[in-house]
Design a protein around this ligand. Structure first.
Ligand code: AMP
Length: 408
């Protein structure tokens, strides 16, 4: 019998998220989160076996414990113990692959890739482009390799879906030699989500991905838009780093780069301080103090003017990208909202397309506000462009890609 399980690992600097899925159906067998790895004090592990719903909606089987977690190896071993307690396991013959989310694949990795020494070295070489993320991803891969060297480890890159973006959209208009030497160009992120959502949107329309042009709006705490033509990404809002583009929970998105020089000269801020300002104290939080869209909308409805401005700035930027990508694509078949804000914030969806009838965009408020989960259309039947809500599932996409690769 062929092995059918895929363990998906998403390693952050101090956390490890994992999901065990049975493929090809994508059924979740267990999910978990290990936090506070390598920090002072005990770490924490939450494990949820199947039957309790991997989304955390269920309850009974959920297990939680505190334990010493000096490093990622300890975290993965602890996750392995929890899986073993459910009769699953890191060394189970059922395990077909371990799929790793890797944030930056540069221009090298255009597809999911089985990890070997050469691949590890290349991910290492890309560390300067993602100094926080790639080292954590590498730690996860190395740990998994040490624990189970026999099962294929597949790296799935956040940037891969965007490697089809043509040069005229990916190049910044700066000195070409400087750009080449330092690998400065638009890479884009959230690619696994944009790939998954654009394909699901085509399915929702009853068409093949090659037949449709889709604008995907991944609006979570981080946020990005992508223009997808016939299944291939042709533009995206994030750039060299995930700081560019839309207004996010705590990140500024687009600003005049001269703001950085200005803050340095006039405010005497260091590069590290400006980095922290733009990544952690900007976006919705910078504008109004809250980075959670639920709170922003609640305060706005209570008459809070700062929250109102934050919402309006967020929406203005979103609409600017929507309009830009209509121009990039020429013909648009669908706009898809996804991630925490995109899937849940009805008000954001309404405001994003309000008054855009001339572009063929409209929303049916009854459909928009219906308490329905799962992929769905929220545009009226007459609308030229379908507007959809498509829940993203990056773990399922990573498992799907990893499983396909090891069975190819
Ligand atoms: P994500 O990064 O995809 O997990 O999205 C997290 C963000 O989604 C949160 O910070 C909230 O701003 C937003 N969010 C989650 N649930 C809701 C909701 N019901 N309404 C509005 N925003 C939501």
């Amino acid at each position: 019998m062929n092995a059918t399980q895929v363990l998906v690992l998403n390693s952050g600097s101090s956390s490890l998220k994992y999901q065990l899925l049975d493929m090809p159906a994508g059924r979740r067998l267990a999910t978990g989160l290990v936090e506070r790895i390598g920090e002072d004090g005990p770490g924490r592990l939450v494990h949820t076996p199947a039957g309790t719903n991997g989304d955390g909606d269920g309850d009974s089987g959920r297990r939680e414990r505190e334990l010493p977690l000096p490093d990622h190896a300890a975290a993965l071993r602890a996750a392995g113990e929890e899986l073993a307690a459910d009769g699953l396991g890191l060394d189970s013959p059922e395990l077909a692959a371990i799929g790793h989310r890797v944030v930056h694949g540069g221009r090298t990795f255009t597809e999911p890739t089985v990890v070997d020494e050469r691949v590890l070295a290349e991910i290492e070489r890309l560390v300067p482009l993602a100094p926080l993320h790639n080292p954590a991803n590498l730690a996860g891969i190395r740990t998994a390799l040490a624990i189970n060297p026999d099962v294929p480890q597949v790296a799935v890159f956040d940037t891969a879906f965007h490697t089809t973006i043509p040069d005229h959209a990916a190049c910044y208009a700066i000195d070409a030699e400087v750009a080449a030497e330092h690998r400065i160009r638009r890479y884009g992120f959230h690619g696994t989500s944009h790939a998954f959502v654009s394909r699901r949107t085509a399915e929702l329309l009853g068409r093949r991905p090659e037949e449709v042009n889709v604008i995907t709006l991944h609006l979570g705490n981080g946020a990005s838009a992508a223009a997808v033509a016939g299944g291939r990404c042709v533009d995206t809002s994030m750039g060299l780093t995930p700081l560019q583009g839309l207004v996010m929970g705590t990140r500024s998105g687009d600003i005049d780069p001269a703001v950085v020089f200005h803050l340095s000269r006039v405010a005497g801020m260091s590069v590290a301080e400006i980095d922290e300002l733009l990544n952690s104290r900007s976006g919705l939080r910078g504008l109004c103090g809250d980075n959670d869209m639920r709170e922003v909308v609640r305060r706005m409805d209570a008459g809070d003017t700062r929250a109102r401005l934050a919402f309006d700035v967020y929406i203005h930027r979103l609409r600017s990208y929507l309009g830009a990508y209509v121009a990039v694509l020429g013909r648009v078949d669908a706009v898809a909202f996804t991630a925490g804000v995109g899937e849940n914030a009805t008000r954001v969806r309404t405001a994003a397309v309000a008054g855009l009838d001339a572009l063929g965009l409209a929303i049916d408020e009854r459909l928009n506000t219906a308490a329905v989960r799962g992929p769905r259309l929220i545009s009226p039947e007459y609308a030229r462009v379908a507007v959809a809500v498509v829940p993203t599932d990056e773990e399922l996409e990573i498992a799907t890609q990893a499983f396909a690769l090891v069975n190819a």
